[in-house]
Write a protein that binds this ligand. Structure first.
Ligand code: PRT
Ligand code: ZN
Length: 210
């Protein structure tokens, strides 16, 4: 039987829980930190370790059959993949935040303002849906320091505890997208018998942890 490939994050917030989920499904593999691919020795699956940003396209293009990645990354990459299962970890919300004390009363106050983000696609969709004309400054990281440096009026970034916003003098203003880690697959892969088996195991692990 030809092994399928699943792409998971190599290191970062989703790595440990992705590995733990697969192990809890009874999959036996060595989690070499240095290698980018490892074989499961009791199930027809290979695991690819990638930057999370690359996972949606790898799955869309069929280089990997399956992937575990945050919904925010899938939305930002605008890929055509199938959502197979929400996984219940990596929960966070993409939020617009403004300097504490600004007290904007409605979303309309963002008109004419600049917003720094690493998620320009999702943010632009949100602004368009809400008929707001703001300028987006795309930066790749440390988005939260942008208003303090005078680079933007507001930010749009991922929030989980809110601690980072607070320590940068910002407060949440609007929720843009709520996200968690999901299992995705390339088009039509869900009818594959190996995928069906893996999905059943994942669902029983999730049920057991409820
Ligand atoms: O190296 P690679 O590219 O693979 O990883 P990465 O650095 O791009 O991503 P990583 O590991 O930080 O996050 C992976 C995924 O975890 C994200 O795509 C989200 O789906 C999810 N996730 C959950 C988070 C957070 N929580 C989170 N808190 N991703 C990022 N953050 C950051 C956020 O950007 C902000 O800087 O944490 C900070 C805010 O945290 P709080 O707790 O202070 O609010
Ligand atoms: Zn990334």
């Amino acid at each position: 039987m030809k092994a399928l490939k699943i792409a998971i994050q190599k290191s970062g917030r989703l790595n440990e829980k992705s590995v733990a989920l697969l192990k809890n499904c009874g999959l036996n593999f060595e989690n070499y930190k240095s290698s980018l691919i490892t074989s499961v020795n009791n199930f027809p699956l290979e695991i690819l370790f990638l930057r999370d940003d690359d996972i949606p396209e790898y799955v869309q293009d069929g280089i990997a059959d399956l992937g575990i990645v945050g919904e925010n990354v899938i939305q930002e990459k605008e890929v055509d993949v199938e959502y197979l299962q929400k996984l219940g970890f990596g929960k966070c919300t993409l939020k617009i935040a403004i300097p504490k004390g600004k007290n904007y009363e409605s979303l309309q106050e963002l008109n004419g303002k600049s917003i720094a983000t690493s998620n320009p696609i999702i943010l632009q969709k949100f602004l368009t849906e809400n008929k707001i004309d703001a300028s987006i400054r795309t930066i790749s990281g440390s988005v939260e320091i942008s208003p303090g440096l005078g680079l933007s009026d507001a930010i749009c970034d991922i929030v989980s505890t809110g601690g980072t916003l607070k320590s940068n003098g910002l407060e949440p203003f609007a929720d843009v997208l709520s996200s968690q880690a999901v299992l995705i697959g390339k088009k039509d892969i869900k009818h594959d018998s190996i995928v069906e088996e893996l999905l059943q195991r994942i669902q029983s692990v999730l049920r057991a942890s409820e």
